[in-house]
Ligand binder design. Structure first.
Ligand code: MN
Length: 245
């Protein structure tokens, strides 16, 4: 039986068409890694945290994908002029979902917007816009193809991430203008770009709570090691692993 991995729709709903969207690269990656992907949407137009959290009873692992910006008010800041598009309904779904998943020690992988939502949900803050707020930052919005590893990251040696990626150096793609600023309590930064920008976090006290700022789902077909992030999520969500806890 494939562990069921719930994935939120990170681009939220298009107000014009009311279409929910998620790139198929996420479902493909979960399936390839041995999981059964299911999409999680807000149960009603105005997401009810209590109802949203019930979805966790039906899944074994949670994947928070890339997407729009997280609203700055959630971490107590006024919006910077360079803050991008936000989706309040998506925030209202993901923040309580992440908080409940962490409380339940449910395996959780967070990608791009996902690491930002994870960090905020756990009490951290973000750079609202790297170009405006992080002088000296390198290019984090590559114009190169999705699979291209445009910058390196240094991975913390004792981290779960290092064991997943098999070393303390990795090359990653980069499609973000926000990033983790203050790391959430309980989490540690486990990868940094050459400019010091945080590219991964994890909670060492939980069975599997890992966030990465890059897009492994867009890389593994050319850089197979990046599939290991999904494989690790699915393994952590497998019945045997959960029973052993
Ligand atoms: Mn980057």
């Amino acid at each position: 039986m494939r562990p069921v991995i719930g994935i939120t729709c990170g681009d939220g709903m298009d107000p014009a068409t009311e279409a929910l969207s998620l790139p198929a690269s996420y479902t493909r990656s979960v399936y390839r890694a041995g999981g059964l992907p299911v999409l999680l949407a807000p149960p009603r137009d105005e997401a009810d945290p209590e109802e949203a959290v019930q979805a966790l009873d039906r899944i074994a692992g949670l994947l928070i994908p890339g997407g729009v910006d997280v609203a700055a008010g959630i971490y107590g800041e006024a919006p910077h002029p360079a803050l991008g598009r936000v989706n309040p309904d998506l925030d209202a779904l993901e923040v309580p979902l992440i908080q409940a998943a962490l409380r339940r020690e449910m395996p959780l992988l967070a990608i791009c917007r996902g690491i930002q939502a994870l960090n905020v949900a756990a009490g951290g803050t973000l750079y609202q816009d790297l170009a405006a707020q992080a002088p000296g930052a390198i290019q984090h919005r590559q114009a190169a193809p999705r699979w291209h590893a445009s910058h390196t990251v240094t991975v913390a040696g004792e981290s779960r991430l290092a064991s997943i990626l098999g070393g303390e150096q990795a090359a990653v793609n980069s499609f973000h203008h926000q990033a983790v600023k203050k790391v959430a309590p309980g989490f540690v930064a486990t990868a940094a770009a050459p400019d010091g920008i945080i590219e991964a976090i994890e909670n060492p006290d939980l069975p599997f709570a890992v966030g990465v700022q890059w897009h492994p789902e867009g890389m593994w077909q050319r850089h197979p090691v990046m599939l290991e992030l999904f494989t690790a999520l699915v393994a952590a969500a497998s019945p045997a692993r959960r029973a052993a806890r």
